[in-house]
Design a protein around this ligand. Structure first.
Ligand code: NAD
Ligand code: DAU
Length: 352
């Protein structure tokens, strides 16, 4: 069936994998990728689909109150998959307002444009908001999990901004009948992950014999999911999820940061033909992140039972694939590292 779909943030890490899947799997869909190309946006992520007939890139900002309604009237979207966001917790601590602007105001601007464009006939329309498990706060080491009914308790400006955007999405559903779905996912990893996040940052530092900064004691736990599995879940929820519902997405794959980095060091030693234990010598404990959430763990039973999704990859296999991708795509990394980002990174690292 022919549809025109707006994907926001499609030049970022997860968004680029979503764009690729939709463009290749649904040749009848016209995919419009709207991205402001902030420091995190990178069109190189999409070189392989850039010339596809059913794909178009539009540079634009989701906070632009004139441009966004204009875009909706130009393309008459049937659906929106909204990923554009400021996504890095550490940056939210130094610049919270950027997160309020994009994640809260930008989301509201899109919701409002969709409401106006779809007014009078919302049949077959869908606004999908991609959110995070961080809205639920932090768990203790007590074996509990976040479910879809866990009370929101965000701690960082990033998670507070995402929580706020989730509330607005639900408010537009309850107040205006906007057909929405939300998913809250755990930590993704895989190809094209921006090297300010733990796994790609560590791969790059290990390769270059630089310190691997571990916040605090490295005891914080995250649930890691291969990005392609997240993207399959997004596809499933976009097409089969129920309006007004929330779905948790997770890998059932908890690792403390220090255990994860040790496992990564072992893989890197093998791949770089270093002596076993050599990369782990780069581990450096640094000042903890302010308000650092102790543990995230997702219960994705609802998604598995109702929509039949499950993760496909074991973590060790996924981590190895990820390392292989970074080692084979050094130019992708160099193009980021050689730009302004490296100056930003050095400054952050020195300040810790
Ligand atoms: P990312 O930082 O890699 O990419 C964000 C993209 O959004 C970039 O291409 C950037 O240019 C674009 N963008 C930022 N501000 C914009 C604006 N004002 N207008 C238009 N485009 C803008 O982020 P990611 O890790 O791919 O995350 C994508 C989404 O998934 C986010 O909403 C994030 O909250 C959510 N999420 C991420 C994870 C994760 O582990 N990375 C897990 C769960 C949920
Ligand atoms: O849980 C989903 C979230 O996962 C997403 O919503 C966010 O967009 C995404 O960035 C990610 O947030 P985290 O803060 O968990 O990811 P990050 O890679 O920044 O950090 C992972 C863990 O590693 C966290 O406990 C902090 C720690 N860390 C991170 C960095 C960058 C370090 O110890 N050292 C580091 O240098």
């Amino acid at each position: 069936m022919k549809k025109t779909i707006l994907i926001t943030g499609g030049a970022g890490f997860i968004g680029s994998h979503v764009v690729r899947l939709f463009v290749t799997k649904y040749p009848d869909y016209q995919i419009i990728n709207l991205d402001a190309l902030t420091y995190a946006g990178n069109l190189e992520n999409l070189n392989d689909v850039a010339d596809a007939q059913n794909y178009k890139f539009v540079k634009g900002d989701i906070t632009d109150e004139k441009f966004i309604p204009h875009l909706f009237s130009t393309y008459q979207f049937d659906g929106v998959v909204h990923l554009a966001a400021e996504s890095h917790v550490d940056r939210s601590i130094t610049d919270p307002f950027a997160f309020i602007r994009t994640n809260v105001f930008g989301t509201c601007n899109l919701l409002n444009a969709a409401k106006e464009a779809w007014k009078g006939n919302m049949e077959g329309k869908r606004f999908y908001h991609v959110s995070t498990d961080e809205v639920y706060g932090a768990l203790d080491f007590d074996g509990t999990f976040f479910t879809e009914t866990t009370k929101y308790d965000p701690h960082s400006p990033y998670s507070a901004s995402k929580a706020s955007s989730d509330h607005f999405v639900r408010a537009y559903h309850d107040t205006y009948g906007l057909p929405v779905v939300i998913s809250n996912c755990s930590n993704n990893y895989g190809a094209n992950h921006f090297p300010e996040k733990l796994i790609p940052l560590s791969i790059n530092n290990i390769k270059n014999n630089r310190p691997i900064p571990i916040y605090g004691k490295g005891e914080n736990v995250r649930d890691w999911l291969w990005v392609n599995d997240h993207v399959r879940a997004i596809d499933t929820i976009f097409h089969n999820g129920k309006n007004g519902e929330t779905y948790n997405i997770g890998g059932n794959n908890e690792w403390s940061n220090i255990d994860l980095i040790r496992a990564l060091c072992d893989i890197m030693d093998r791949k770089l033909q270093r002596e076993q234990g050599e990369s782990a010598k780069l581990i450096t404990f640094v000042k903890d992140r302010a308000g650092h959430d102790l543990r995230y763990a997702i219960d994705s039973t609802k998604l598995q039972r109702e929509l039949g999704w499950k993760p496909s990859l074991q973590f060790e296999e996924g981590l190895e694939k990820t390392v292989d991708w970074y080692l084979a795509n050094q130019t992708w990394m160099d193009n980021i590292i050689n730009g302004d980002y490296q100056k930003y990174y050095e400054k952050q690292y020195l300040e810790r």
